[in-house]
Design a protein around this ligand. Structure first.
Ligand code: MN
Length: 762
């Protein structure tokens, strides 16, 4: 049997590569500087895998994009249009549908030319319009100032914006072409683009199962980021490959003849490892590379899963096996759906030989990743056959979530749960390109407070994507938001508290409006005090009052004035504190021990402990019962206030509690209280959490375990299922303090099954 004829083109190409040139130079070098690809070249490439392609559509997209980009040029001096064309060509390697190829041709038109979404919709239909708009939004990512901390957010943003996985595929192809032509870009941005590629785009390609693309992106970035290391590794790779040149052909023919002896046909593909993957291995394990198996691997492609195991048996019989290197990813596929058998044997020339044994389908999925799933969705037939039977085999690619749900490993693949979670968030930009992540439904008020509290406080208007808009406008993913501020506005309108969505904005607005009200009282109090001094013909001076503060048991002059303004303190008391000789006609004599507790004030200078309540709080000098806010409690570390309910007692609320709003107009019922916790005898305090969890077997147990493992006491859990995907939990628990509570919240947020965690204050 003439097995030898199965020697593949790839093998020849790969074997040739070994001796002749480093891969970087060999790799489609023509893309950047060679003759530009033509319209018919592109159509030919598509027709090769999709005989029913809509050539007219591709031609129109081609002509439209070429005209739109007109005389624009790239950094290389090439016509700009060569770029979208090359991006489209890359996507033909992934065998993508007409809409994706057309979108690739058009991907920079809205951002960089006069083209509009409306026009593209009209000419090419809303499907392509939607894809191009998605890419336009992603393009803003390129302008984002690079902060290491933002990498995770950027990844989320990509996934949140790309509601159609084809947008991501075009974006990756776009980045790949930009990386291939990076040498023409100025050094400073070259560095940034390479880092971003390594941090964001290469891992994304990997997650989508596109190993080829991931490795090429990594290698191109590596070459820019560490040219020295890249050169050393590449040189060593080349010399090792040169030395083993004959051996590679020998191994291949022995493999084929061994399989042929057992009546098996197979295709052998040689695969040279990439500089970056060798380098990271060297860094991680601090080992050098010496052997052929360090730089070169072989793929044995067979017809069926059964043949994979047969081939494995044949190989293991013919050569000694290297122990510990056998992995069966066919029976246990990797998270990104990779399937293959891996083994290493001692082959010809006493060389270690790394083998990957797989079927054609597995090979295609390993190379094309998510795109290949379209072809093998039904698990049968070649791509071409499938396309003949069903003209739109790619329809399913449209909605990422659906795709992933239908995929072979829905719960793992592309971490679809997380992807869904990102849809709870909206990502926007400042005019300078800083990324601001907000919960969905958030508006420009939330954005302003997310930028800075001062920006929120002084916000008077905003522009969204360059157009004036109300501050209450709900923000969309990718919006650029510019906040107009006015120094004249020292406090936001109180009504904003209802409009704001984020806790941060709500709390800040509440604080600011409360502070503004307090300022008004303080101004009033000052006028009252100054008038009294005028009438009594005494001199008032802030310094003098400052010296009297301890006698008034107030921390600041403003506190005194606000108390006077509220009517909690008399101006005469202030005068007497400053001038003990000051006499006023109706001064009540203070009788120690005989004072009536007619009014609960915040003036208690020392802690009062009461046997009937164990709540360690200072500032309460009454015998009234004290309790915590019934919904959500309070924990040390919270700023707290006491609210007096006549006939009932005192309730301790954290300052952020929305319930406090009901008492806003009743300043006399507010008590300024502070924690007085004894560190030596730890005590627990009540708090409440809202948790949104993904519906999965065992997810509730995971939540409970996190809380228990971090020493939280669960008092009560209330569950409600809001959707098929999520369950909402209200958890009452007891913790030592705010730090403890926040640690538990952070641990919960780190769990994949937990979508949202918020503290609840009733
Ligand atoms: Mn582009």
């Amino acid at each position: 049997m003439a097995v030898g004829r199965h020697r593949s083109k790839q093998m020849e190409a790969a074997a040739g590569t070994v001796a002749e040139a480093p891969p970087a130079a060999n790799r489609r070098a023509g893309a950047a500087r060679g003759p530009m690809m033509r319209q018919y070249d592109l159509v030919d490439r598509v027709r090769a895998y999709n005989p029913d392609t809509d050539e007219d559509l591709l031609n129109r997209a081609y002509v439209y994009a070429m005209r739109a980009h007109g005389e624009q040029t790239r950094a290389s001096g090439d016509p700009y249009f060569s770029h979208p064309l090359e991006v489209a060509a890359i996507l033909t390697n992934l065998k993508l549908d007409d809409a994706t190829i057309a979108a690739a041709l058009l991907h920079d038109t809205i951002e960089d030319t006069e083209a509009t979404r409306g026009e593209i919709d009209q000419l090419f239909g809303p499907e392509i319009g939607h894809l191009v708009e998605g890419l336009t939004k992603l393009k803003k990512l390129d302008l984002v100032t690079r902060e290491a901390k933002q990498a995770e957010n950027l990844r989320k943003l990509l996934l949140a914006i790309a509601d159609d996985v084809r947008v991501l595929l075009v974006k990756l192809a776009d980045r790949l072409h930009n990386m291939r032509t990076l040498e023409f870009v100025p050094q400073a941005s070259r560095q940034r683009i390479a880092e971003e590629t390594l941090d964001i785009y290469a891992p994304l390609a990997g997650r989508m199962g596109m190993q080829e693309m991931r490795e090429e992106l990594e290698d191109l970035a590596f070459r820019v980021l560490d040219p020295g290391a890249y050169a050393v590794v590449t040189e060593r790779l080349n010399s090792l490959a040169e030395r083993n040149r004959n051996l590679i052909g020998e191994i291949e023919s022995q493999l084929l003849s061994n399989l042929a002896n057992h009546h098996m046909t197979a295709q052998i593909k040689g695969r040279r490892k990439r500089a970056f993957s060798i380098w990271t291995k060297m860094e991680r394990k601090s080992v050098g590379f010496e052997q052929l198996s360090d730089i070169f691997g072989f793929r044995v492609i067979v017809d069926s899963v059964e043949d994979c195991y047969r081939a494995l048996g044949i190989v293991h019989t013919a050569w000694p096996v290297v122990p510990g290197r056998f992995k069966d990813y066919i029976s246990t596929p990797k998270q990104n759906d990779y399937r293959s058998i891996h083994t290493t044997v001692i082959g010809p020339g006493n060389q270690r030989v790394e083998l990957q044994i797989r079927t054609r389908e597995m090979d295609e999925i390993a190379e094309l990743g998510i795109a290949a799933h379209a072809l093998y969705k039904d698990g049968i037939g070649s791509p071409t056959e499938l396309l003949k039977r069903e003209s739109n085999a790619y329809a399913w690619l449209r909605h990422t979530i659906e795709v992933l749900a239908e995929g072979l490993n829905p719960e793992e693949f592309l971490e679809h749960t997380k992807l869904e979670l990102f849809h709870d968030q909206v990502f926007c930009f400042t005019p300078k390109g800083k990324l601001i992540a907000l919960p969905r439904k958030a508006n420009a008020i939330d954005f302003a407070y997310a930028v800075h509290t001062d920006v929120g406080t002084s916000a008077v208007g905003c522009k969204i994507n360059g157009k004036f808009a109300p501050l209450a406008s709900e923000l969309q993913n990718g919006d650029e938001v510019e906040i107009m501020t006015s120094p004249a506005q020292s406090a936001p309108p109180a009504a904003w508290e209802q409009l704001a969505v984020t806790g941060k904005a709500k709390a800040a607005i509440r604080r600011a409006t409360r502070a503004a009200i307090r300022d008004q009282y303080a101004g009033l109090g000052r006028r009252i005090v100054e008038r009294l001094f005028q009438r009594a013909k005494m001199d008032y001076a802030d310094d003098k009052l400052k010296g009297a503060l301890p006698r008034l048991a107030r921390a600041s002059i403003d506190d005194v004035m606000a108390a006077v303004g509220r009517g909690e303190m008399k101006a005469a008391d202030v005068a007497r504190a400053m001038y003990p000789d000051y006499k006023e006609e109706r001064v009540a004599r203070f009788v120690p021990g005989g004072a009536k507790k007619s009014k609960v004030t915040a003036t208690a200078a020392k802690a009062a402990t009461h046997p009937q309540n164990a709540i360690p709080v200072r500032g309460i000098n009454t015998d009234l019962p004290v309790r915590f806010a019934p919904n959500g409690g309070a924990v040390p570390g919270d700023r707290i206030v006491g609210i007096v309910t006549p006939g009932e007692g005192i309730t301790i609320y954290p300052i952020q509690s929305p319930a406090l709003k009901d008492f806003e107009e009743m300043p006399s019922r507010w008590l300024d209280v502070r924690w007085d916790v004894d560190e030596s005898t730890p005590q627990r305090f009540p708090a409440r959490l809202f948790v949104q969890q993904v519906n999965e077997p065992g997810s509730l147990a995971q939540v409970a375990t996190v809380i228990a493992e971090h020493d939280g006491n669960i008092d009560h859990i209330h569950m409600s299922r809001r959707s098929p995907d999520f369950t909402e939990l209200t958890i009452d628990l007891e913790v030592y303090d705010l730090k403890h509570l926040n640690a538990i919240i952070a641990q919960l947020r780190a769990k994949a099954v937990v979508a949202r965690v918020e503290r609840v204050n009733g």
